[in-house]
Design a protein around this ligand. Structure first.
Ligand code: ZN
Length: 194
Protein backbone atom coordinates (compact mmCIF):
# COMPACT_ATOMS: atom_id res chain seq x y z
CA UNK A 1 0.00 0.00 0.00
CA UNK A 2 1.25 3.47 -0.89
CA UNK A 3 0.66 5.94 1.92
CA UNK A 4 3.41 8.50 1.32
CA UNK A 5 2.01 10.92 3.88
CA UNK A 6 1.14 8.36 6.54
CA UNK A 7 -1.78 6.05 7.19
CA UNK A 8 -5.40 7.20 7.09
CA UNK A 9 -6.73 8.42 10.46
CA UNK A 10 -8.57 5.74 12.43
CA UNK A 11 -11.16 5.61 15.19
CA UNK A 12 -13.85 7.68 13.47
CA UNK A 13 -17.59 7.15 13.53
CA UNK A 14 -19.70 5.94 10.64
CA UNK A 15 -22.03 8.77 9.61
CA UNK A 16 -25.03 8.89 7.28
CA UNK A 17 -24.10 9.68 3.69
CA UNK A 18 -25.56 12.90 2.31
CA UNK A 19 -27.43 12.46 -0.97
CA UNK A 20 -27.49 14.46 -4.19
CA UNK A 21 -29.99 17.28 -3.95
CA UNK A 22 -28.79 18.44 -0.54
CA UNK A 23 -27.43 22.01 -0.95
CA UNK A 24 -23.95 21.22 0.48
CA UNK A 25 -23.44 18.75 -2.42
CA UNK A 26 -23.94 21.42 -5.07
CA UNK A 27 -21.75 24.38 -4.11
CA UNK A 28 -18.00 24.81 -3.76
CA UNK A 29 -16.79 23.83 -0.30
CA UNK A 30 -14.92 26.13 2.07
CA UNK A 31 -11.10 25.81 1.95
CA UNK A 32 -9.39 24.38 5.02
CA UNK A 33 -7.37 26.94 7.00
CA UNK A 34 -6.98 25.23 10.41
CA UNK A 35 -5.16 21.92 10.51
CA UNK A 36 -6.33 20.97 13.97
CA UNK A 37 -7.89 18.13 15.97
CA UNK A 38 -11.46 18.75 14.73
CA UNK A 39 -10.19 18.44 11.14
CA UNK A 40 -8.44 15.18 12.01
CA UNK A 41 -11.64 13.89 13.70
CA UNK A 42 -13.67 14.78 10.61
CA UNK A 43 -11.18 12.93 8.38
CA UNK A 44 -11.44 9.88 10.67
CA UNK A 45 -15.25 9.93 10.37
CA UNK A 46 -14.92 10.20 6.58
CA UNK A 47 -12.58 7.19 6.48
CA UNK A 48 -14.89 5.08 8.67
CA UNK A 49 -17.89 6.05 6.53
CA UNK A 50 -16.06 5.37 3.24
CA UNK A 51 -15.11 1.87 4.37
CA UNK A 52 -18.60 1.13 5.75
CA UNK A 53 -20.05 2.06 2.36
CA UNK A 54 -17.42 0.08 0.40
CA UNK A 55 -16.29 3.25 -1.36
CA UNK A 56 -12.88 4.15 -2.78
CA UNK A 57 -13.18 7.84 -1.93
CA UNK A 58 -15.31 10.24 0.08
CA UNK A 59 -15.61 14.03 0.17
CA UNK A 60 -16.57 15.96 3.33
CA UNK A 61 -19.85 17.19 1.79
CA UNK A 62 -20.87 13.53 1.56
CA UNK A 63 -21.24 13.52 5.33
CA UNK A 64 -22.78 16.98 5.27
CA UNK A 65 -19.68 19.06 6.06
CA UNK A 66 -18.74 22.22 4.17
CA UNK A 67 -14.99 21.51 4.26
CA UNK A 68 -12.76 21.17 1.18
CA UNK A 69 -11.27 17.78 2.05
CA UNK A 70 -11.49 14.26 0.63
CA UNK A 71 -10.10 10.87 1.62
CA UNK A 72 -9.43 7.90 -0.63
CA UNK A 73 -8.24 4.29 -0.66
CA UNK A 74 -8.13 3.32 -4.30
CA UNK A 75 -6.13 1.14 -6.72
CA UNK A 76 -4.43 2.44 -9.84
CA UNK A 77 -4.33 0.71 -13.24
CA UNK A 78 -1.62 -1.71 -12.06
CA UNK A 79 -3.65 -2.64 -8.98
CA UNK A 80 -1.36 -0.76 -6.59
CA UNK A 81 -3.35 0.64 -3.68
CA UNK A 82 -3.03 4.33 -2.78
CA UNK A 83 -4.45 6.00 0.33
CA UNK A 84 -4.52 9.64 1.36
CA UNK A 85 -6.21 12.75 2.71
CA UNK A 86 -6.26 15.89 0.55
CA UNK A 87 -7.42 19.35 1.59
CA UNK A 88 -7.86 22.24 -0.88
CA UNK A 89 -6.95 20.14 -3.95
CA UNK A 90 -5.87 21.60 -7.26
CA UNK A 91 -6.56 19.11 -10.05
CA UNK A 92 -4.36 18.93 -13.16
CA UNK A 93 -5.39 16.87 -16.17
CA UNK A 94 -3.40 16.01 -19.29
CA UNK A 95 -3.81 18.33 -22.25
CA UNK A 96 -3.15 18.19 -25.97
CA UNK A 97 -1.78 14.91 -27.27
CA UNK A 98 -1.35 13.57 -23.74
CA UNK A 99 -5.08 13.78 -23.15
CA UNK A 100 -6.60 10.31 -23.56
CA UNK A 101 -10.13 9.61 -22.44
CA UNK A 102 -11.03 6.41 -20.64
CA UNK A 103 -14.69 5.43 -20.48
CA UNK A 104 -15.64 3.28 -17.53
CA UNK A 105 -18.43 2.70 -15.08
CA UNK A 106 -18.77 5.39 -12.44
CA UNK A 107 -20.98 5.64 -9.39
CA UNK A 108 -21.32 7.86 -6.34
CA UNK A 109 -22.02 6.95 -2.71
CA UNK A 110 -24.37 9.96 -2.59
CA UNK A 111 -26.54 8.38 -5.31
CA UNK A 112 -26.05 4.80 -4.23
CA UNK A 113 -26.57 1.75 -6.37
CA UNK A 114 -26.60 3.44 -9.80
CA UNK A 115 -23.74 3.43 -12.28
CA UNK A 116 -23.13 4.85 -15.72
CA UNK A 117 -20.30 4.97 -18.23
CA UNK A 118 -18.41 8.21 -17.97
CA UNK A 119 -15.44 9.27 -20.11
CA UNK A 120 -12.66 11.01 -18.21
CA UNK A 121 -8.96 11.69 -18.79
CA UNK A 122 -7.00 8.52 -17.98
CA UNK A 123 -4.47 10.33 -15.78
CA UNK A 124 -4.91 12.86 -13.01
CA UNK A 125 -2.71 14.80 -10.61
CA UNK A 126 -3.88 16.46 -7.42
CA UNK A 127 -1.83 18.90 -5.37
CA UNK A 128 -3.14 19.89 -1.99
CA UNK A 129 -2.47 19.95 1.70
CA UNK A 130 -2.44 17.04 4.16
CA UNK A 131 -3.91 16.84 7.64
CA UNK A 132 -0.81 18.36 9.25
CA UNK A 133 -0.72 21.26 6.80
CA UNK A 134 2.05 19.68 4.72
CA UNK A 135 1.94 19.82 0.89
CA UNK A 136 0.78 16.56 -0.71
CA UNK A 137 0.76 15.36 -4.31
CA UNK A 138 -1.02 12.31 -5.69
CA UNK A 139 -1.17 11.23 -9.30
CA UNK A 140 -2.02 8.15 -11.24
CA UNK A 141 -4.08 6.29 -13.77
CA UNK A 142 -6.90 3.75 -13.83
CA UNK A 143 -9.53 3.95 -11.10
CA UNK A 144 -7.22 6.23 -9.09
CA UNK A 145 -7.35 8.87 -11.86
CA UNK A 146 -11.15 8.61 -11.92
CA UNK A 147 -11.37 8.82 -8.13
CA UNK A 148 -9.10 11.90 -7.86
CA UNK A 149 -11.26 13.66 -10.46
CA UNK A 150 -14.58 12.54 -8.92
CA UNK A 151 -13.61 13.68 -5.41
CA UNK A 152 -12.10 16.98 -6.61
CA UNK A 153 -15.37 17.61 -8.46
CA UNK A 154 -17.30 17.12 -5.21
CA UNK A 155 -15.24 19.82 -3.51
CA UNK A 156 -16.09 22.13 -6.42
CA UNK A 157 -19.80 21.41 -5.92
CA UNK A 158 -20.16 19.09 -8.91
CA UNK A 159 -21.59 15.57 -9.08
CA UNK A 160 -20.93 13.26 -12.00
CA UNK A 161 -24.50 13.43 -13.30
CA UNK A 162 -23.95 17.14 -14.05
CA UNK A 163 -21.85 16.16 -17.08
CA UNK A 164 -24.34 13.61 -18.46
CA UNK A 165 -26.83 14.13 -21.27
CA UNK A 166 -30.48 14.48 -20.21
CA UNK A 167 -31.17 10.99 -21.53
CA UNK A 168 -28.26 9.42 -19.62
CA UNK A 169 -29.27 11.28 -16.47
CA UNK A 170 -32.85 9.97 -16.75
CA UNK A 171 -31.53 6.43 -17.18
CA UNK A 172 -29.33 6.85 -14.12
CA UNK A 173 -32.21 8.24 -12.04
CA UNK A 174 -34.40 5.28 -13.05
CA UNK A 175 -31.67 2.79 -12.12
CA UNK A 176 -31.26 4.43 -8.72
CA UNK A 177 -35.01 4.47 -8.05
CA UNK A 178 -35.06 0.71 -8.54
CA UNK A 179 -32.55 0.08 -5.75
CA UNK A 180 -33.35 3.09 -3.54
CA UNK A 181 -35.18 1.05 -0.89
CA UNK A 182 -32.08 -1.09 -0.34
CA UNK A 183 -30.43 1.93 1.27
CA UNK A 184 -31.76 3.18 4.61
CA UNK A 185 -31.97 6.96 5.02
CA UNK A 186 -28.97 6.78 7.37
CA UNK A 187 -26.94 4.34 5.21
CA UNK A 188 -24.25 3.15 5.89
CA UNK A 189 -24.96 3.58 9.62
CA UNK A 190 -27.68 1.05 8.88
CA UNK A 191 -25.96 -1.30 6.43
CA UNK A 192 -27.27 -2.06 2.96
CA UNK A 193 -29.97 -4.71 2.90
CA UNK A 194 -28.65 -7.76 1.02
ZN1 ZN B 1 -19.34 10.90 -5.39
Amino acid sequence: MHAPYGPLPEGGSIRPITRWGTPVMHRPLTPVTSFDDPLRALAADMVATMYAADGVGLAACQIGEDVAMFVFDCPDEAGERWVGVVCNPVLTLPEGKDRQLDSDEEGCLSFPGAFTDRARPDHARVEGVGLDGEPVVFEGDGLLARCLQHESDHLAGKVFADALSDRARKRLTKAQAKVADEFAADWPVTPRRE
